[in-house]
Design a protein around this ligand. Sequence first.
Ligand SMILES: [Zn+2]
Ligand SMILES: [Zn+2]
Length: 116
Amino acid sequence: MDETSENSRNTFTCQLCGLSTTFTYYGQKPPNTRAIVLLEECFVAQDPFSPDKEKFLVLGSTCSLCRKCVCVGSDCSLFYTRRFCLRCVAERSDQFPQQIRAELAKRKQSPEPTAL
Ligand SMILES: [Zn+2]
Ligand SMILES: [Zn+2]
């Protein structure tokens, strides 16, 4: 861990899309929740719009391969037993099962304008 102090004031920044927001907790067991244990260590923020203290939002997590912070957006990461950023997935797509690759292929299909 070599944390530079410059950006460490509880700000989560997605290193792929640049999304930046404050988080209140990093880990697998958000505080004030009764029995929730997350599948992975996540950046978590309390839902500011909910009076219910148990409500929280998962902002993102750390790629288990490159250790980049990535948000949970479908353009940035996916969870397949562990969190992977889409860059690592693209680099190692042959190591992921067909199901995951099909899922990614679907995401990539952007409606391309076809010339008539
Ligand atoms: Zn992102
Ligand atoms: Zn990665």
